[in-house]
Design a protein around this ligand. Structure first.
Ligand code: PRP
Length: 220
């Protein structure tokens, strides 16, 4: 039987994702992950890992180019793909927030017209505005969104906060929390049915490792 293909997000969550597979019994040789290779296997050959841009992980999994994937819930909700989401993984925790200069706290956004909000998450931003009955213009950007208010491209931004350092160092404050996010396991629906035994085995192992970590964190 072919090895299952796992799409991992390049960047921030990549090492935590590989650590989780290692702790679940599927370590990779350090040599395999050290370079710039985008495809490699674990030491036992059970999985083929592919490294994709985080925003592309749901696409690889929905189309079946990967059987499983690891991706932040923020990216997942933005991508709005039809995937099975069996497990929150407990790392990559962050918040999606509305932020802006401190003076924006005094503004009533329902009365303001012509407010511009920069975001890497235009779909979630639109949903948030609709829920709040706000009529702002969304300016889609690809990154460094905190720059937008500083140069007058936008009044506010909707972006992720982890430590809060980027906001702080750019003179911005949180105005509202939109969602909490963490790394999530996603599974292609057809693979889940067709490769059930292998899929069940890895889901059980990952779930056991996530539960073990939660217990350790609670005892501390
Ligand atoms: C993320 C996010 C914020 C920053 C938050 O950006 O979009 O900019 O991290 O982290 P902090 O609260 O710990 O400062 P990332 O570094 O992924 O780069 P990007 O802006 O280019 O997407």
């Amino acid at each position: 039987m072919d090895s299952l293909i796992v799409a991992l997000p390049k960047g921030r969550m990549q090492d935590d994702a590989l650590d989780l597979f290692a702790a679940a019994g599927y370590p990779c040789d350090p040599e395999a992950t050290a370079g710039r290779k985008l495809v490699f296997t674990d030491a036992r050959g059970a999985f083929r890992f592919i490294l994709a841009k985080p925003a592309d992980v749901p696409t690889y999994v929905e189309y079946g180019a990967a059987d499983l994937g690891i991706v932040g819930q923020d990216v997942l909700r933005e991508a709005n793909r039809d995937l099975y989401e069996p497990l929150g993984l407990g790392f990559g925790r962050c918040r999606l927030v509305l932020a802006g200069p401190a003076a924006a706290r005094e503004r009533d956004l329902r009365l303001d017209t012509g407010v511009r909000i920069a975001s890497k998450y235009p779909r979630l931003a639109r949903e948030f505005l609709q829920q709040r009955g706000l009529a702002a213009e969304i300016i889609p950007l690809n990154g460094s969104v905190e720059l937008a208010p500083a140069v007058g491209l936008a009044d506010l931004l909707i972006d992720l906060v982890d430590t809060g350092r980027t906001l702080r160092e750019n003179g911005l404050v949180i105005l509202a929390t939109i969602m909490e996010s963490q790394a999530t396991l996603v599974v292609n629906r057809a693979s889940h049915r067709l490769r059930y035994a292998a899929m069940r085995d890895i889901l059980d192992r990952l779930a056991a490792e996530v539960a073990r970590r939660q217990n350790v964190a609670e005892v501390r």
